[in-house]
Ligand binder design. Sequence first.
Ligand SMILES: Cc1cc2nc3c(=O)[nH]c(=O)nc-3n(C[C@H](O)[C@H](O)[C@H](O)COP(=O)(O)OP(=O)(O)OC[C@H]3O[C@@H](n4cnc5c(N)ncnc54)[C@H](O)[C@@H]3O)c2cc1C
Length: 337
Amino acid sequence: MNPLQSRVPACVSVIGAGIAGTWQALMFAKAGCKVALYERSGPSLTQATGHWAGGMLAPYCEGETAEYLITRLGLRSLDLWRETLPQARFNGSLVVAHARDRADMDRFDRLAGPHQRVGADDIAELEPMLAGRFREGLFFTQEGHVDPRQALPALHDALRASGVPIEFKSAAAPDDFDGVVIDCRGIAARDDTCPDLRGVKGEIIIVETPEIALSRPIRLVHPRWPLYIVPRSGNRFLIGATSIEANDERVSVRSALELLTGAYAIHPAFGEARIVDMGAALRPAFPDNLPRVTVDDTRITVNGLYRHGFLLAPAVAELTVAHVLGERTDNEVVRCS
Ligand SMILES: Cc1cc2nc3c(=O)[nH]c(=O)nc-3n(C[C@H](O)[C@H](O)[C@H](O)COP(=O)(O)OP(=O)(O)OC[C@H]3O[C@@H](n4cnc5c(N)ncnc54)[C@H](O)[C@@H]3O)c2cc1C
């Protein structure tokens, strides 16, 4: 019998323990399936794009550049993150701009989802370190963030606790398994199953300083060098990210200069911070920059999460499970061949 006709498949093999594969494994296990997860790298997932991600869960901010589908899926994902990972923080995102870039801020204001326009006093209350530095900002109260380097191991622990084995250092191919296979190899799938996938390079720098305290992601609107700073534990801050149509995974001098200059312009105390990590990765993107679940009988490919993998993975996994169990098919995301 075709496993997709039996509603709850006997076994589901998920390839890739990045954010897409991890949420697929979680949701199939929750639906009562016997799941196994295979990952080519070790538990720290240094080969995953997500290793370098900001981890922002920002469905409204992303509305400035992305289609409504991203906001729709992102809002559902926020609920799933809340239910699943207590460490996820939901204290909003703050968008600021220097006075000369007011037109760009107004544009962000028009295009992004619901938020409050805040003044200098509100900014000082939300983020005391930024007192006196910006006259206006946009506050997205419902948004959240996670540290990918902590969130993924925590989700893997949750998987093991629910009986899902995770085989690290196990490179696999979709044809290696019987039953339902969920291929979540990210940009690595470009070489065979997803020829129209491309990599969009993102570079980041992580710095450490006790001189700065921030409680939520800060986005700087800028006509040429938009950037964000995401606070992490241990006085660390992720400064990101570039977005370049390129295939190499190394940080250029130009990008490093731009990211560090931007951070310094947000607060000069970043000038004394220590650089603790720096790197780049390729965001897996289809030509329309939208996520895609491609179903070919029992072979299912989940990819194209582009710059929204942490934001979208829970909702995309929920839709994949709903399709496999025959409950519903979201045709904006799921494509059957
Ligand atoms: C600089 C930067 C900042 C970002 N910031 C954010 C953000 O703030 N918020 C957000 O939502 N998204 C963000 N993203 C995007 C997010 O990181 C990606 O969308 C996401 O990582 C894609 O997830 P994935 O699981 O498809 O791919 P990956 O994260 O690459 O995971 C794929 C996994 O598959 C494994 N694999 C590959 N081949 C095999 C094989 N043959 N066998 C077994 N395992 C295999 C890989 O080792 C890897 O662990 C950012 C990306 C970058 C680069």
